[in-house]
Structures are given as structure tokens and as C-alpha cells.
Design a binder for this molecule. Sequence first.
Ligand code: SDX
Length: 430
Amino acid sequence: MAEDTVTICDNRTGKTVKLPIIHGTEGVPVVDVSTFYKEFGMFTLDPGFRSTAACNSKITFTDGDQGILLYRGYPIDQLARQSTFLEVCYLLMEGDLPSPTQYTQFKEIITHHTMVHEQLLNFYKGYRRDAHPMAIMVGVVGALSAFFHDSLDVFNPRHREISAHRLIAKIPTIAAASYKYSVGQPFVYPDNTLSYTENFLNMLFSVPCEKMRLSPVLVRAMDQILILHADHEQNASTSTVRLAGSSEANPFAAVSAGIGALWGPAHGGANEAVLTMLHQIGSVDNVDVFIKRAKDPDDPFRLMGFGHRVYKNYDPRARILKESAHAVLADVGRADDPLFRLALELERIAQEDEYFIKRKLYPNVDFYSGIIQSAIGIPTNMFTVIFAVARTVGWITQWMEMMTEGPSISRPRQLYIGHPRRDYVPMDAR
Ligand code: SDX
């Protein structure tokens, strides 16, 4: 069968080149432009990478028009309803669902890597108590590179696997400690008798004077939040981890860079921004004013938790979280939670508004996750930390995929629009 190609012609020279079209297993095909500069002496320009695929990947597939999300081929709604976060970690890392023996072995490994070096806990003391927990996460996860560096060869598959196990295991311990530090409570050590998510909630909420009683509904809701946030192909923070890792940098330092990228309100910081926005709106009576502001091109206000670079349909994760919110709020006796009612009304009004319909702006993963986390007892400034706990497996799996293929440093070019060459003017001549 003739190769699919795109023909590009430079009308200044008449040069015509056929560029190959490459089809994946599913989704949008790509045009291979890697020879473009050699053929035409020009770069392609795509700020924000709206039309650019940065890599091949087998891990996660999203179809933004259909609102489809697959982890290693499995639909996110089936995983959210039938799997556990730890099993999804295995699936993302290894590529297939584990057998009972494989799962038991994986669980054993992760469980026995949950503690951190005692010296690492000293890093928290350098922060003010009111430091944003994401600032602590960036610093402490980056500091892990000081504990696992000299003996770590990023080109050794076994070293990469151990680094992934360490990160998946330790990130809840580090995250919970960032919360404990901010509220002036003692750090809680991991409890190996608990499941991954029970252990995380226990480290967050138990205190020396009393063990936390975990509601199975809340544990399940948190586990589902972690599943839903685990990976999402080449989003901004994952692309940051890949780019940092492409220089053969320490994986803990690369993940720390990813945490920094995730923090922004246009990305993972949106869940915190949604709760702030809902409190700002306050009541259904004010929704119209804020919808009007969101539509005003001169007003920087945007409806947080709405819109997505990829999803031009309902984010499949938001659909599951909306269902979970009903169950969690009922479990904590807040079935009529005013913020949830406000969020539902905000979604209903936006979905009927031409501005949002035309631009295909739907609720995304961040719109309902904060309401659930609030009901579980997670403070708003910890929402993005929870996102980072979940996304760590995605980041490190994508890093492993890149390193396994053999990294080549990512180094984009630019269109220079600054001053042409000019000579230095001495101070007394200016
Ligand atoms: C995540 O990439 C991923 O996969 C990310 C993520 C993951 O799992 O890793 O899914 C997690 O980051 C989810 C997104 C969380 N962010 C937010 O909820 C913040 C609010 N959303 C927007 O900032 C925005 O929708 C983005 C950043 C998410 C996407 O922006 P795009 O793709 O650059 O869209 P755009 O700015 O080109 O918007 C197109 C139009 C514009 O209007 P016009 O210029 O056509 O008149 O839609 C408007 C935008 O002004 N628009 C919004 C809007 N989002 C887009 N208007 C009001 N409110 C919004 N939320």
C-alpha cells in the first residue's frame, strides 16, 4: 500500500517534499516533520504545541472529541469502578494488569519503600509553617535526588525500576508530611498493615493520641481520585518531566520539575482554584455575574475547572467524580452541600450558554475533585498535592518509557524577533 504522505511545496523555490504520515493504534495520525529543517531550511512554529506531537507513547490514549481516556488500553471508567490505584500503578508501569501473584509482589515492594530517610524530614523545618504545600513538595521531592544519586544509573533498567518504586511508595509519605508540617502536628509514619490509600489517609489525619477511623466510602473515593489523576498523556507537567529527563538528569529532580509545572492554576492548580471560585461566587444568585465575567475577553476571570486543551467533550474523569461526590457527601451527612449544589448549577447554566457550547467548554477533572476532597477533610491548599501524589506514577512511567527508548535531549528552536546585530556603545557615548 502506497505510503500516506503530505506534500509540502515552498512557492519561493518550487521545492516540493512528501512528508510521511504515521498512523498510531488509535487517534490522530502525525506528519513526520523531523526532516523539515534539512529539506526547507525552516523551522515549524507551534507555540503551546496545539498541533504538535512530541513523542510516541504506549501508556495513555485520549480522544478529546469523544471524551475517551484509556490507560494501557483500559477505559478509565472501568478502572475507576473496578480497579485500585496500586493496581493501576502496576498497569501503567508494566503495561498489563497484574496476576494475583504479580500484584502481591508489587504491593510488597511498594509497602516496604514507604519510609523516607530521617534526614529528609529535616528539609521541612526550613519552610515557614504557612508555606504552600506545593512549594514544600517541589523542594522535598527534589531533595530526594540527593539521597538517590551517586549509585543511580539512569541507563540501567533496574535502577529506573527501583526509582519508580521509591517514588510511588514515598510520595504519599512526603505529601502527608507537608500537610502535617503546615498544621503543626507530628509526622505520622507509614503503617504497613494498611492499604496504599488507607495508609495515605492515615498519615494525613491520624495523631499520636488517637488513630483515625477510616470510612470505606471515603477511602474508596480517595483511591478513585488517585486512579483518575494517574496519567494523562503529554500534559504540561508530564512534558516537563520528559524534557528535564531528556538531559539524562536524576529522575527525582525531573519529577520535582513536573510538580512545579503542575502547580499552575491553568493545570493541576485548577482544583484549588475551583473551590476558591465557588466560595467567591457564594450563591446561585451570583452565577450569572461570574458567567458574564468568564465570557468577557477583557476580564482575566475564567471558569476554573472548565475547558481543556484536549477534551472538547465532557472530561470522562469529571463524570465519574460528579457521581462520587454524591456518594461522599451523603456519607459525611452533607448530601445538600451548598458548594456542590452551586457547582451543579454552574455546570447546568454554562452548558446551556452559547459561549461555552460554541467553544466546547465542559467541566474537566478539576471541577468536582475539590468538593470530594473537602468532604474527606483535605484542606484546599492540599488539593494539588493530592493531584501530584496521583500523577507521580504517570510522570515516572513516561520518564521510563522515554529512557527505555534512549533519550535524545529535547531542544526546541525559535523564531527570533529581537534586535539585529548591533555594536556595543560605551557608557559615555550613550
Ligand atoms: C488539567 O493537559 C492535560 O491533560 C491537563 C489535565 C491533566 O490531567 O494533566 O487534564 C489537568 O490541567 C485540566 C485543566 C485545568 N485548568 C482549568 O480548569 C483552568 C480553566 N481552564 C482554562 O484555563 C483553559 O480551558 C485551559 C488552560 C484548560 C485550556 O486552554 P486552551 O486550550 O489554551 O484554550 P483557549 O485558551 O484557547 O480557549 C479557547 C477559548 C478562548 O476564548 P476565545 O479566545 O475563543 O474567545 O475558550 C475560552 C478562551 O478564553 N476559554 C474559557 C475557559 N477556557 C477556555 N473561557 C472561560 N472559562 C474557561 N475556563
